[in-house]
Design a protein around this ligand. Sequence first.
Ligand code: FES
Length: 123
Amino acid sequence: MSQTYKIQVHDRTHNINHSLQVPDDRYILHSAEQQGIELPFSCRNGACTTCAVRVLEGDIYQPEAVGLSPELQKKGYALLCVSYARSDLEVETQDEDEVYELQFGRFFARGKVKAGLPLGEEE
Ligand code: FES
């Protein structure tokens, strides 16, 4: 039998607090939508990080969150589109692109990118 948990989501972009009940065998994002709560998302399969939140309180289970590094998962980030509640939860939405930049920003900051030379003719 599934258990239901209470989840508070603070949408920082719109400064709204949502409160919802989510069964432990349903993705949190999906349950929110069914209750008429709009949260940010894009891919819905754990790859893009648009739906990322910071977990302030409680336990989340996200075995399919392939788009989120284990390091950031340990720091308390979660992808709601592929997350299950494992206790009552309090989460807040990320700043725009926060998780994406934490994961990839540093790679783009490194050195120059060479462009224009066909493969095999690089210097
Ligand atoms: S919507 Fe893309 S990772 Fe959740």
